[in-house]
Design a protein around this ligand. Structure first.
Ligand code: F6R
Length: 609
């Protein structure tokens, strides 16, 4: 998983490429590089490390030229190094390639090319593509790329330039995202919209196996058969500010604070105060379709999986249909019992996660109805699903997902309510209770965020801990899982989420004097039980911090510290507790000095399995 960008026009390509790569660093950041055609040859500059390293080197050694490609890498084949960084070239350096994805048969191709006398500098699969283009060159670069594609297995978004035809920039995609930005006298390719938003709001989304030829004044898109096709231009309605930091130190904090708006936007036009229904016209999941469904699966990865667990709770509780929530990488290999009577809900912020996509395709193949919950219009998931419910969270740049998660929760609740209403498993009164509670969440989250400095103080006292346990029961357990993931991924502190009642079946052995416990106690029906679990760890010397709903005074007698959330219907507390856990993770990570927006070993969009 990497980010690629390409430019052809009249301006200096290097600046545009580096600027574009900055917006794509969330996709990977262990090395970066650019290749610019200077009118004579293609100059490649690429370095291990963050983009800032490349930027400095390019400043010291500028390159003039109006055609170029760039890449920010998250290593798959070959460790991060200058040599393994992209762009990669053929031996004479006149064909240059950037790549996002994995060429699965690269070893076989490499051996074949070696037999033909080709030698390789890097350990990457991408260098094989550059050399293959050289080997297959027919005198026409587009034809050569088409020929090469028939030899490649795996996933790729490729950007290709060549001194042999320097008036062209070629892009092609299969199972890795690639968009085309259409400007005036200039055109772009990129892995994602923010990379080009400064220059144009007009984009094409390439489909699998489509190839694009960019010239300064022209964009030609060819389908798999090589036939020129017309596509509709999509006009992006985000502002650049939406995709940039807006004065915040980190995207993560900005995105945490954007949650009230994101929640509101996600409910707008779907949950109306005076209507006893959820307006999900585009979903086409009425009584008739629902009666044909006997199994529901929710499939996702990471944070989106945690949203799926809450989805299971909501659908089972409200609609009384059994739901299985599965991690996508497990689902796809377990021969799931899925057929035309199954509804498979895939949840993915990016809409590009490889395992989630593979699960979607597998379920589709088996005849299941696919409903996607995603944040990115035009993403592969959104295009391949039968129906899409968008989370209107806006661009999420920080690697740690925050506003995408809470808006996924809202979608899950809306969907559960819709199914339940259609099937008649809830009363109008119950619907109104939950609807009104959901409508209250933006304002409550805003209230909670006003107290962020108390959470910062807590983090400043506790950032040196080396292990944290998150405890919860029922819905609180799912929120605990998400809180624990947030903390470990950005602070690098070991943490675990435990169903509070399960702790004494082994894990309690790890509790000793001073162990930090974050106990979620928002569920009335499990409240007393949770208090007992808190007492159990307290008796072993743990430092217990509780999160409870206002008015629950007893918790103060057991916990060392309490954060209160405003009183709300128990069913929807995951939406209002998680901002506290996000802020705990954020401020602890800041205090530890980690790279909050780009934690080590991670990337925003996991497009490899
Ligand atoms: C954690 C996080 C990841 C993603 C996961 C799925 O903060 O962001 O766990 O949730 O990689 O990504 P999407 O939702 O894009 O499919």
């Amino acid at each position: 998983m990497c980010g690629i960008v390409g430019y052809i026009g009249n301006k200096q390509a290097a600046d545009i490429l580096i600027d574009g790569l900055k917006k794509l660093e969330y996709r990977g950041y262990d090395s970066a590089g650019i290749a610019v055609y200077n009118g004579e040859k293609i100059k490649v500059q690429k370095y291990k490390g963050r983009l800032s390293v490349l930027e400095e080197k390019v400043k010291e050694n500028p390159v003039q030229g109006t055609l170029g490609i760039g890449h920010t890498r998250w290593a798959t084949h070959g460790a991060p190094s200058d040599i393994n960084s992209h762009p990669h070239s053929n031996a004479s350096g006149d064909i240059v390639v950037v790549h996002n994805g994995i060429i699965e048969n690269y070893m076989e191709l490499k051996e074949e090319l070696e037999e033909e006398g080709y030698t390789f500098k890097s350990e990457t699969d991408t260098e094989v593509v550059a050399q293959l283009l050289d080997y297959l060159y027919t005198g026409d670069i587009v034809e050569t790329v088409q020929k090469a594609l028939t030899r490649l297995n795996g996933s790729y978004a490729l950007g290709i330039i060549s001194t042999r035809e320097p008036d062209k920039l070629i892009g092609v995609r299969k199972d890795s995202p690639l968009i085309v930005g259409v400007g005036e006298g200039e055109n772009f390719i990129a892995s994602d919209i923010p990379a080009i938003l400064k220059h144009t709001k007009n984009v094409y989304f390439l489909e699998n196996n489509e190839l694009v030829i960019l010239e300064k004044d022209q964009v030609t898109i060819l389908n798999k058969k090589g036939k020129a096709i017309k596509k509709e231009i999509f006009e992006v309605n985000w502002s650049i500010e939406d995709a940039e930091k807006g004065g915040y130190r980190h995207f993560m904090l900005k995105e945490i604070e954007e949650q009230p708006k994101a929640l509101k936007d996600t409910m707008t036009s779907r949950l109306l105060e005076d209507q006893d229904q959820v307006i999900l016209d585009q979903i086409k999941l009425g009584k008739k379709e629902l009666q044909n469904i006997n199994r529901i699966f929710i499939v996702a990865c990471g944070t989106a999986y945690h949203a799926g667990l809450v989805g299971k709770y909501a659908i089972e509780r409200f609609a009384r249909i059994p739901v299985e929530t599965e991690v996508a990488s497990e689902f796809r290999y377990k021969k799931p019992i899925v057929d035309e009577h199954s509804l498979v809900i895939v949840v993915s912020q990016s809409g590009e996660t490889a395992d989630t996509l593979a699960a979607l395709r597998l379920a589709k193949e088996k005849g299941a109805r696919i409903l996607a919950i995603t944040n990115v219009i035009g993403s592969t998931v959104s295009r391949e699903a039968d129906n899409v419910l968008y989370t209107w969270a806006g661009p999420e740049i920080a690697v740690a997902s925050t506003k995408a998660y809470t808006t996924q929760l809202i979608c899950m609740y809306m969907l559960a309510l819709h199914i339940a209403l259609e099937l008649g498993t809830i009363s109008v009164e119950f619907f109104r209770e939950i609807r009104d509670a959901l409508k209250q969440t933006p304002q409550m989250v805003e209230e909670i965020l006003k107290h962020k400095h108390d959470i910062q103080k807590f983090a400043d006292h506790n950032f040196n801990t080396n292990s944290v346990f998150f405890l919860g029961r029922g819905l609180d357990y799912y929120t605990a899982m998400e809180g624990s993931l947030k903390l470990k991924e950005i602070s690098y502190i070991h943490s675990e989420a435990y169903a509070a009642g399960e702790l004494k079946h082994g894990t309690i052995a790890l509790i000793e004097k001073g162990t930090l416990i974050i106990a979620l106690a928002t569920q009335q029906e499990l409240y007393e039980k949770l208090l007992s679990n808190m007492k159990e760890v307290k008796a072993r010397g743990a430092h217990v911090v509780a999160i409870a709903q206002e008015g629950h005074e007893e918790v103060k007698k057991v916990a060392d510290e309490v954060f209160y959330i405003p009183r709300i219907n128990d069913h929807v507390t995951p939406v209002t507790i998680i901002p506290i856990l996000q802020l705990i993770a954020y401020y602890i990570a800041v205090a530890r000095g980690t790279d909050v927006d780009k934690p080590r070993n991670l990337a925003k969009s996991v497009t490899v399995e």
